[in-house]
Design a protein around this ligand. Structure first.
Ligand code: HEC
Length: 151
């Protein structure tokens, strides 16, 4: 009797740990056509897409600043889309995002923080080169994932 109970609880424990591990690794992701689709509720989807639009806005600020030789604006725009943005992401949303999505996302925010901290030692061309490099991650992630709203 006790042995059976012990085996059952061990099994349940293994199943829960595996499930948690799976969720940490893959979130709610599922492969469709060429991209992997992530299913989020309306609120979380809007939060992620809202951050995307802020990234685009930040890029515009960087380019506008460069065009006007306004490095203060470049610096502010880059730091505005740095790690400060990542604080909005709640644990429940984190558990739905695949690991590589989170890694790429954090990588982009860190890269903008780094650009912000180095911008005064750089010339226009170096900033553009750095932005071009960061944007490879925007493209890589867009080619890999799509987000749909759960119904
Ligand atoms: C970690 C992955 C990831 C990274 C990095 C990323 N994106 Fe996205 N982005 C997405 C996904 C997923 C979508 C939704 C695409 C879909 O569902 O078809 C999206 C959508 C967008 C949208 C559309 C937003 C809307 O309202 O529909 C914009 C604009 C955007 N991204 C800009 C950017 C820019 C600019 C960068 C880089 C500075 C970037 N993204 C980096 C994953 C990423």
């Amino acid at each position: 009797m006790w042995k059976k109970l012990a085996i059952t609880s061990l099994l349940l424990w293994v199943i829960s740990i595996s499930y948690i591990g799976y969720r940490v690794m893959y979130g709610t992701a599922e492969v469709v056509d060429k991209r992997t689709q992530i299913t989020l509720n309306g609120e979380d989807r809007e939060l992620v897409l809202g951050e995307m639009r802020l990234l685009l806005k930040g890029l515009k600020g960087i380019l506008g600043g460069l065009a006007d030789n306004d490095f203060k604006k470049v610096q502010k725009s880059a730091s505005g889309i740095g790690m400060v943005m990542a604080v909005d992401i709640n644990p429940s949303l984190m558990s739905k995002l695949p690991m590589s999505f989170k890694t790429m996302g954090m990588g982009v925010h860190e890269a903008f923080d780094q650009l912000a901290s180095e911008v005064y030692q750089m010339n226009e061309k170096q900033v553009l080169k750095r932005v071009d490099k960061i944007m490879s991650s925007c493209l890589a992630c867009h080619e890999t994932y799509k987000i749909i709203e759960e119904n």
